[in-house]
Design a protein around this ligand. Structure first.
Ligand code: MG
Length: 252
């Protein structure tokens, strides 16, 4: 069931989203060679709490997970796509790290992700990151009332394929609001006009996950997902509200 939000609720989510953006940008600046993932995690928790929010992922147990998540952010390096657990790993030159952050603020969740290059990365990594971020922008352009969820997925997948890359299979975006994961499922591929209709008051987290590999993933021991063949992956995500006047990016 899709929970539509009132203008007041969207305004609260925009407040939370602005806080989350600030935390994410600060983290991105700290993601440099020699930084440990768990240090980034601790910093994110501190910044979120100082701002009056709660790290959304800490203690969260989604339906698909065997156990509750025990960190505040996800930090996924190179071939790890999402749900990487921030451990003692030290970032090094050439790494591509995906930082995925969720915030609960005044009863509402927002969710965002970025991919950060550590020092000088390969041209392939640069291209992958640019294609993934551009796919998210194109997807947000589709967030017009009357369009369908399938239009979003189609826009992402068509763009990614045009650049010789693949969206990661089996991982999706989602509705978001008083719960971190709500309906509808927001696929990174789809057919134009198919699926749930977008209407004013819907808020969705759109999150293209793209790889230079086949798109197949495997689950690792920490319940993170990595590309099957070890290929690089990138991930960008925004929380977006559908309104009469077009999309509003709440995590901008
Ligand atoms: Mg998400």
């Amino acid at each position: 069931m899709i929970h539509l939000k009132t203008e007041e609720e969207i305004a609260i989510m925009a407040e939370g989203g602005a806080i989350l953006r600030g935390v994410t940008d600060e983290l991105a600046g700290k993601a440099v060679e020699g930084m440990r993932l768990k240090e980034l995690d601790a910093l994110a928790k501190k910044l979120m709490e100082e701002a009056g929010g709660v790290p959304a992922f800490l203690g969260y147990k989604p339906a698909w997970a065997k156990k509750a998540y025990m960190a505040s952010i996800c930090a996924s390096v190179n071939d790890v796509v999402v749900h990487g657990v921030p451990n003692a790993y030290k970032l090094k030159q050439g790494d591509v790290v995906k930082l995925d952050l969720g915030l609960k603020y005044k009863g509402f969740y927002t969710d965002t992700a970025i991919t950060v290059a550590i020092g000088t990365v390969s041209d392939e990594a640069k291209r992958l990151m640019a294609v993934t971020e551009d796919a998210l922008t194109l997807a947000i352009d589709e967030c017009q009332a009357g369009n369908a969820v399938g239009d979003i997925g189609f826009a992402i997948n068509a763009y990614v394929r045009k650049h010789g890359m693949r969206v990661v299979q089996g991982l999706t975006g989602h509705g978001i609001g008083q719960r971190l994961h709500e309906d509808p499922v927001v696929y990174n591929e789809g057919k134009p006009g198919m699926g749930a209709r977008l209407e004013p008051g819907m808020v969705i987290a759109i999150e293209p996950m793209v790889t230079t590999g086949s798109g197949l993933v495997k689950e690792l021991a920490d319940e993170s997902f990595a590309t099957k063949e070890g290929a690089l992956a990138a991930h960008f995500e925004h929380t977006v509200a559908i309104t009469e006047n077009g999309p509003i990016i709440l995590t901008k």
